[in-house]
Ligand binder design. Structure first.
Ligand SMILES: Nc1nc2c(ncn2[C@@H]2O[C@H](COP(=O)(O)OP(=O)(O)OP(=O)(O)O)[C@@H](O)[C@H]2O)c(=O)[nH]1
Ligand SMILES: [Mg+2]
Length: 328
């Protein structure tokens, strides 16, 4: 009886958000993602509860330059995946947008019919400050939708440099959406992006220059002296009229099967866990350092460094040594 009291006092706050997510409550999922975005301590507790129920979804990353048709493709893919009886979560990340929780224009359009569907969950996220935080938040949102039971989770992010590479690093299958037409278009496919691509899509193939762009990508891939086990296909689509999207979905599924059959999937997941654990430990150690640095000593060191009495390297070592001695 008594054990019920805390829950009663807390009422229907986020105490039981994780349970509600597991019971397929979309509002709870949305609420938890908001908590994750604001980096609330509570969010990590809830994510901790959800961990046991994650690891089942196929996570697909879709990235590429602004306006190449990513959202249109994701929309088409989601409908096709639903038609096969599978459920889909969509997280649209825009590192250049300060908007969160709601929808960016392009996403609002597709939301009309997809959000009416019980088996679909769509969420937009933007930066609230630092990019590292956005990548972490996106990863958390993926976990929520995975635990929710979505068979497929699509992470869409606009190509804006290093950030999209970091964000799609949470995906199992990465699709790069390019488009023909721009003279220096191929220049935007940077080395980092080439390496993470599992599938290339040249969308807007109704425009001139799609074959040329395909050849340029092929040429860039050909520069790699090692023949990869998985050779990224280069597809052409007209997402607006649904041309080629069936083939894209086939390739996405083929890639997933390849990952599973080759054992790459498990390795990839293990590597992700290693990285996450390292990042979390470093976060804790940073906070620990902030708590334990002797501020008086620190200020004295700053003055001594200014006065050229000591160098910063020796000073840092001494401050850390002090912390180590305190911990003993
Ligand atoms: N001609 C043509 N237009 C397309 C095609 N696919 C999408 N579009 C149009 O291109 C514009 C951008 O499409 P989106 O799907 O919003 O592109 P996006 O990559 O998600 O854009 P951001 O998220 O803003 O980077 C829209 O007006 C689409 O209707 C296509 O295959 N051909
Ligand atoms: Mg978009």
């Amino acid at each position: 009886m008594n054990s019920n009291i805390p829950r009663m006092i807390l009422g229907s706050n986020h105490m039981d958000l994780a349970d509600r997510v597991l019971a397929k409550d979309k509002r709870a999922a949305a609420r938890l993602i908001t908590l994750i975005e604001s980096e609330e301590e509570e969010a990590y507790e809830q994510l901790g509860i959800l961990h046991a129920s994650t690891g089942k979804a196929h996570i697909i990353g879709v990235t590429g330059p602004p306006g190449s048709g990513k959202s249109t493709i994701v929309d088409r893919l989601a409908k096709k995946i639903r038609a096969k009886g599978k459920t889909v979560g969509i997280i649209a990340v825009d590192p250049t947008s300060p908007f969160t929780g709601g929808a960016i224009l392009g996403d609002r359009i597709r939301m009309v019919d997809l959000t009416l569907d019980e088996g679909v969950f769509i969420r937009s996220m933007g930066t609230r400050g630092h990019l590292g935080g956005l990548s972490r938040a996106a990863s958390g949102a993926v976990k929520v939708l995975d635990a929710f039971g979505m068979d497929v989770v699509i992470l869409e992010t606009v190509g804006a440099g290093q950030s999209e590479v970091e964000i799609v690093s949470h995906a199992h299958t990465t699709v790069i959406v390019e488009m023909p037409g721009l003279g220096d278009e191929i220049q935007t496919i940077k080395a980092g992006i080439m390496e993470i691509a599992d599938i290339f899509v040249i969308n807007k193939a109704d425009r001139e220059g799609a074959d040329k762009t395909a050849m340029e990508i092929q040429a860039m891939l050909g520069l790699n002296p090692e023949k990869p086990e998985w050779e990224p296909p280069i597809l052409q689509t007209v997402a607006r009229t649904d041309q080629g999207v069936d083939v894209l979905l086939e390739k996405v599924e083929e890639h997933y099967k390849y990952l599973k059959a080759s054992g790459k999937f498990e390795k990839m997941v293990e590597m992700g866990i290693r990285e996450e654990l390292n990042t979390l430990i470093r976060g804790h150690l940073n906070r620990l350092a902030d708590d334990m640095i002797d501020r008086e000593q620190f200020d004295k060191m700053v003055n001594d460094i200014l006065a050229r009495k000591i160098d910063p390297y020796t000073a840092a070592s001494q401050l850390v040594e002090d912390i180590e001695n305190k911990l003993k």
